[in-house]
Design a protein around this ligand. Structure first.
Ligand code: NAD
Length: 306
């Protein structure tokens, strides 16, 4: 298949492009190398993709999407480009409307115009707001606690509208705290490992519990959904919530650094925990990598860079 990925130089996008290319698909990515975090890491991922034979377009989805879709003739489009992160969304909510809602509508319009058979949208566990227990898809009701989550929830509803109005085949994935090699520098595990390896103290905000999901489980799930042509909304998580404090303490002990605790950040939920039964039934999704194993793989990647 001809597959397009927006945000393909990002953490999840680059890993997905690598997997789909290895499976024999023709993969093209578009990425603007935005400055949400150091663009060096994105350029590194893009260089590796180019080496494999993935086509990279350095361009902004807001302005270049139609030309990119015309040249790509895509059978499926994965929309991963976004402005991620909860804290930034409290400071600049309007930017999140542009990058997470408006950009998604631009993608949906392009999918309609270019008659792209399948569209996959990257949403987030944050749409569940402050709830406890293993959450299944129908438990997202719009009671969110950050502008980032509000933007993702709103973008999901645009996906529903385009599916209902124009018959687009749309799959929404709700990712649960994705981690792994070449991850996102703003996320807790990336930060902890970098700080621990440099002998710096680890700082934990509040006492969160997260359903950390290894990157390979996420990209395998996305490929399975593509193969099964599954439509609808699906959690992609690990079903194994873990205390962030506990992970920090483990790393602190291992590398001989202190762990300090500070207030919970506004907009953060206390717990995420996925029920992935819908994804299992629809396309056979089964998370396989334990946190212990995934962390070791991640540490190995970081050790290769310090
Ligand atoms: P990322 O920041 O590493 O990747 C996003 C990519 O999109 C970046 O490379 C960025 O340069 C690109 N981009 C942003 N705006 C663009 C624009 N206007 N035009 C072209 N490219 C643009 O983030 P990620 O962690 O890989 O996340 C991918 C998707 O998954 C995002 O939609 C994110 O909100 C969602 N998500 C991620 C997680 C997670 O744990 N990583 C959890 C839930 C949801």
């Amino acid at each position: 298949m001809n597959i397009g990925i927006t945000g393909g130089a990002g953490f999840i996008g680059a890993a997905l492009a690598t997997r789909l290319h290895a499976s024999g698909h023709t993969v093209s990515v578009i990425d603007a190398f935005t400055d949400y975090y150091a663009s060096d890491l994105k350029r590194e991922r893009a260089a590796e993709l180019a080496r494999l034979g993935v086509t990279i377009s350095e361009a902004d989805v807001h302005t270049a999407l139609n030309d990119w879709c015309s040249s790509g003739q895509f059978d499926a489009l994965f929309h991963l480009a976004a402005l991620p992160g909860v804290p930034g969304s409290l400071r600049e909510p309007h930017r999140y409307i542009k990058e997470d809602i408006d950009m998604t509508v631009t993608v949906l319009e392009a999918a309609k115009r270019h008659q792209i058979q399948q569209v996959f949208f990257a949403s987030s566990s944050s749409v569940y707001g402050e709830q406890t227990g293993a959450l299944s898809e129908q438990q997202a009701t719009g009671q969110v606690v950050s502008p980032y989550a509000a933007a993702k929830y709103s973008a999901e509803t645009f996906c529903n509208a385009y599916q209902n109005l124009y018959g687009l085949q749309i799959t929404t994935f709700r990712f649960f705290t994705v981690y792994g090699p070449s991850g996102r520098p703003d996320m807790a595990l990336y930060r902890f490992i970098e700080q621990a390896l440099r002998g710096q103290d680890l700082v934990v905000y509040g006492d969160p519990v997260r359903d950390f999901t290894y990157i390979d489980d996420i990209t395998r799930g996305m490929e399975q959904a593509l193969q099964a042509r599954a439509t609808g909304t699906f959690n992609l998580g690990a079903n194994q919530p873990e205390s962030v404090r506990k992970i920090a303490e483990m790393l602190g002990t291992r590398y001989g650094v202190a762990v300090t605790y500070t207030d919970r950040r506004e907009g953060d939920v206390s717990m995420t925990w996925s029920n992935t039964e819908a994804a299992r039934q629809a396309f056979g999704y089964m998370p396989a990598v334990t946190l212990t194993e995934g962390l070791e793989r991640m540490i190995t990647w970081h050790l290769g860079r310090v």
